[in-house]
Write a protein that binds this ligand. Structure first.
Ligand code: PHB
Length: 405
């Protein structure tokens, strides 16, 4: 969106807000009307997958977001929060309609979501057209914080290539000579594989073959047979949620576990180690991610305890990203004393916020993407154990690719 359009959508919003106050302002003057407007609940739109292979990811993000708000006393700067939820089904074909429904239909004050990069791309059209305030709590679509970046859009998660680049770097440093990649055929899988390849081939590694399967398909058999016959030194995959659990079990059942080492973006093993048979299948698998269960800091320990108490579930990276989205929202709202219509000040505060996250403290890049460390993790029992730091403060793809309008 151009700067002019962005500003005019902000002005339109201001006019809508003041029009809604019209009658009261005429009777009682402006100040009480503003007080009443401030007392109106702030509407948070949650556009997330609540069905399909990414269901647990959507739930964890919502839980994390709500926990951050609850820790703040359930409201922010005197404003109560009202949630409007929408199941996006991880279906890109419905994404713009769904986002439009929340923004134009339900008139949410802020749109939070989503998980799937293809759905995120559709959401971004509406976010850029309307100028609605937006926080992305997962989908790593690179373009969101490069070519398509915009002042009203923030991300509390990662860029897809940012997560995989460190894994390629680690394997190249270990002098692994060749690898096969395998992922779902959609933007997140492609960007994840590209980030891995960039670092791996720069460091001297060779890619033997790139294998693909349509999203959200989980019929891995013929691909596993192909891997067995190619006999690479390493396999790099991007899978997540229910699909990742099935893949890990199938890899073991095909007899590949222990024969051909498996690596991935950390989503491969996050949030699923409690599911039947998965921890055994995943034992020893190494991944890179901006979070690890066992990060031994006061902040992470307190977060894990309160999340487990509140939801009777173990938190994972998605819960952390949702929680951080809540923290970012709180930081912005506090800066404007609950006046979410004061967009310029709210955006400025969100840009400056330092997020005290369970993953470690982080700040936004100029492109509104976290600059953060990436851990090397290994599955030990039911834990994604941190065994090293694979990349420090990684800004990739670089924020310089974003030209903020
Ligand atoms: C994505 O589509 O960007 C995506 C989905 C699930 C993940 C990570 C990234 O765990």
């Amino acid at each position: 969106m151009t700067e002019a359009k962005f500003r005019s959508s902000g002005r339109r919003k201001f006019l809508q807000d003041t029009a809604a106050l019209g009658g009261a302002a005429a009777l009682g003057g402006f100040a009480p009307a503003i007080a009443r407007a401030q007392a109106r609940k702030v509407r948070v739109g949650l556009m997330l997958p609540y069905s399909g292979t990414y269901t647990q990811l959507g739930i964890a993000i919502e839980n994390g977001f709500r926990l951050a708000i609850a820790e703040n006393g359930g409201n922010i700067a005197g404003r109560e929060i009202e949630y409007v939820k929408l199941d996006d089904e991880s279906n890109p074909a419905k994404a713009t309609d769904n986002a439009n429904k929340l923004v134009t239909g339900d008139k949410v004050d802020i749109l939070v979501g989503t998980v799937h990069s293809g759905v995120q791309a559709g959401m971004l059209k509406i976010v850029r057209e309307t100028g609605v305030l937006h926080i992305g709590p997962n989908a790593g679509l690179n373009a969101m914080t490069t070519a398509l970046c915009a002042p009203n859009m923030f991300r509390t998660s990662f860029a897809n290539s940012q997560v995989s680049y460190p894994m390629g770097k680690v394997l190249a440093e270990r002098r692994v000579k060749n690898a096969v990649t395998l992922t779902w055929k959609y933007s997140a899988g492609e960007e994840s594989v590209n980030g891995f390849k960039d670092a791996f081939t720069k460091g001297g590694g060779k890619i033997m073959r790139d294998l693909w399967i349509p999203f959200p398909n989980v019929e891995f058999q013929s691909l596993l047979t192909e891997i067995a016959s190619l006999k690479p030194e390493a396999v790099y995959v991007f899978f997540a949620g229910g699909g990742a659990a099935k893949f890990l079990r199938d890899y073991q059942a095909a007899g590949l576990k222990g024969k051909i080492p498996l690596y991935g973006a950390g989503f491969l093993t996050d949030g699923i180690l409690e599911a039947a048979g998965v921890a055994e299948a995943a034992e020893g698998v190494e991944t890179t991610l901006h979070y690890g269960d066992g990060i031994d800091t006061a902040k992470n320990n307190a977060f894990r305890l309160s999340y487990a108490k509140a939801y009777k579930l173990q938190p994972d990276v998605y819960a952390v990203q949702g929680y951080d989205a809540g923290l970012l929202f709180v930081a912005g709202m506090k800066a404007v004393k609950g006046d979410i219509g004061n967009r310029k000040a709210m955006i400025a505060a969100m840009e400056k916020a330092e997020i005290d996250s369970p993953r470690g403290r982080w700040r936004m890049s100029k492109a509104h993407n976290p600059v953060q460390d990436f851990y090397l993790r290994k599955v030990v029992g039911k834990e994604n154990k941190v065994i090293g730091v694979a990349a420090k403060s990684l800004d990739y793809p670089p924020a310089s690719l974003c030209k903020m309008a």
